[in-house]
Design a protein around this ligand. Structure first.
Ligand code: VG1
Ligand code: CO
Length: 543
């Protein structure tokens, strides 16, 4: 076994987006494409002598090849040890938990998260730092800069290891330990939630349907919900991770998890439904015949956190991404705790969590988490809801309705226009940006505009500034329309239009969201001329 230095040439498209580098599998299969990115990362990181790295992914197509490749490169980089999940499997929150528990210097997550998988699908790679969270922008930008100058790859000719067998291996001078992907994560969950109370809930006949969407959440949900908490066999469905997620789109929203929604609206519907995404960091929670907006879910968890053992002492503060609804702001105000507004993407929560400024955080895109790790965490959110239902004796729907009664309802929707030609999407955003200064004080499509800007964020901990994080148009009554381009797609551009309107009147809380948001939908069209500039008559996905 010898270390090898191979010549390479740069790829110009290796800039990480909202959450790592995501491309079609066929792009990753190009000669040295993965190796180049990993080498750029290793070149930017300090010397690895004596350090531990965590490695795992969501099991999608190319995961196993990538794991073996990265192990050889990690040996060449000089890591003392790599902890890798059995079969190359680790959910994103589990990577975060293992980094923290093992005091590793960082970890590599192999996932394109909610994007489809398989040979024609997407693959992705992301680096997490020693706090367990996604690398901040200054690191990802440095990796991209390095990728543009790359001339050499350092690897070894060492053979593949037996990834499916727990135990210790050597790759050149480096130790590799294949670990149980669930154990450390499960231990953390036990420390946070009242497992006795949840066990009693299931023993009393409470019915849950957890759809793991053929993705990496399956083994975790099965072990905890069915294995430890006594939920009947069959509670977790689609529980075996498949390389192509069964040809489906592992994105837990009412559109892509329509089968779960159908079960929750059937005559014999269970009490609660839940789903997680490709890498198990997202969650959707559904009540019996009752869909919940992720922004409301975050607000409910914040409002009742003290019912959960791990949060009994209360919350230091909360944070949400800018496009996420203001429901949690209202709860924070009533609790007398601060609420932070960050750009989209979990990496912006890391500093706030590390500094102890926030305990819970979340995004409108079905992501919720806390200071227990530095990623959003799908199964954690489901356990949190189960613990709340058990401790309060209230149904999922009642908990949400009580939120609306106390704070009004933040009626919310996101419209996605997918696979727009990139030049058209860029032109649309440029036009919007140019119009911003003239908008405040005017009335457009019957809406009185109070503020219009391109969201910029100054991190309150390290002072770093992130510009152009989404165009927001805020009306005099606090309603909002936000426009941003996705940073996770792999085909053309995706325009996301986020719509929020606060409804204090309880007699109007049951109005259908799209109807209630009609004035804002008309405003968005008037401002951005989406139909004319994209040729799309309607959004491809509405959540
Ligand atoms: C999307 C979501 C964002 C989330 C990101 C990663 O990003 O909007 O809230 O943090 O995906 O989630 P974008 O740039 O496409 O809007 V995951 O579960 O795909 O890692
Ligand atoms: Co995800």
């Amino acid at each position: 076994m010898t270390l090898l230095t191979l010549p390479t040439t740069p790829y110009n498209d290796q800039r990480p987006g909202t959450s790592g580098l995501r491309k079609k599998v066929t792009v990753f299969q190009q000669k040295h494409y993965l190796e180049n990115f990993v080498q750029a990362l290793f070149d930017v990181l300090p010397a690895a002598q004596g350090l531990t790295l965590v490695l795992g992914g969501d099991g999608r197509y190319y995961n196993r090849v990538a794991v073996q490749t990265i192990l050889r490169m990690a040996a060449a980089k000089g890591y003392a040890r790599v902890l890798v999940g059995q079969g190359g499997i680790l959910s994103t929150p589990a990577v975060s938990a293992v980094i923290r528990a093992a005091q590793a210097s960082g970890g590599i997550v192999l996932s394109a998260s909610h994007n489809p998988g398989g040979p024609d699908g997407d693959f992705g790679i992301k680096y997490n730092i020693g706090n367990g969270g996604p690398a901040p922008e200054k690191v990802t930008e440095a990796v991209f800069a390095r990728s543009q100058q790359l001339a050499e790859i350092h690897t070894s000719d060492s053979a593949d290891i037996a990834l499916d067998q727990l135990g210790d291996y050597r790759v050149d001078g480096m130790q590799v330990t294949v670990i149980d992907p669930v154990a450390i994560y499960a231990e953390l969950m036990r420390s946070l939630f009242d497992f006795e109370a949840i066990r009693a809930l299931f023993a009393g006949g409470f019915r849950l349907r957890f759809d793991a969407m053929h993705a990496v959440g399956g083994p975790y949900a099965k072990a905890l919900l069915e294995g430890e908490l006594g939920a009947p066999a069959g509670t977790v469905v689609n529980a075996v991770p498949l390389e192509d997620f069964g040809g489906l789109h592992p994105d837990p929203n009412p559109v892509n998890a329509e089968d779960l929604i159908a079960h929750l609206f059937a005559d014999d519907a269970p009490d609660m439904g839940a789903a997680s995404d490709g890498d198990a960091d997202r969650n959707m929670v559904v009540g019996r015949r009752f869909v919940i907006s992720p922004s409301d879910s975050l607000a409910v968890l914040a409002a009742h956190a003290k019912l959960v053992p791990g949060y009994r002492q209360g919350l230091a503060g909360v944070a949400r991404s800018m496009p996420t609804s203001t429901a949690v702001d209202r709860v924070a105000k009533s609790l007398g705790i601060p609420c932070f507004e960050t750009p989209t993407g979990w990496k912006f929560f890391g500093n706030l969590l590390d500094a102890g400024k926030v305990t819970l955080c979340g995004e409108e895109s079905y992501g919720t988490g806390s200071d227990h790790v530095r990623e959003k965490d799908g199964l954690w959110a489901v356990l949190f809801w189960l613990n709340l239902v058990a401790a309060s004796g209230k149904s999922v729907e009642t908990l949400v309705r009580e939120l609306w009664t106390a704070h009004g309802r933040c009626v919310y929707s996101r419209h996605d226009f997918e696979a727009i030609p990139t030049d058209k999407a860029d032109a649309l955003m440029l036009r919007l940006r140019a119009a911003l200064p003239k908008l405040p004080g005017t009335t457009v499509a019957g809406c009185a505009i109070a503020l219009a800007d391109d969201f910029a964020y100054t991190d309150p901990v390290d002072g770093s500034v992130s510009q152009k994080q989404g165009i927001r148009v805020i009306l005099t009554d606090g309603s909002r329309v936000v426009f941003r381009l996705s940073g996770t797609g792999t085909e053309g551009a995706t325009l996301r239009v986020y719509l929020e309107r606060h409804e204090p009147d309880a007699t109007r809380h049951d109005r259908e969201a799209q109807t209630a948001l009609q004035p804002l939908i008309a405003l968005a069209e008037a401002l951005a001329q989406i139909r004319a500039s994209t040729g799309m008559e309607r959004p491809s996905v509405t959540t």
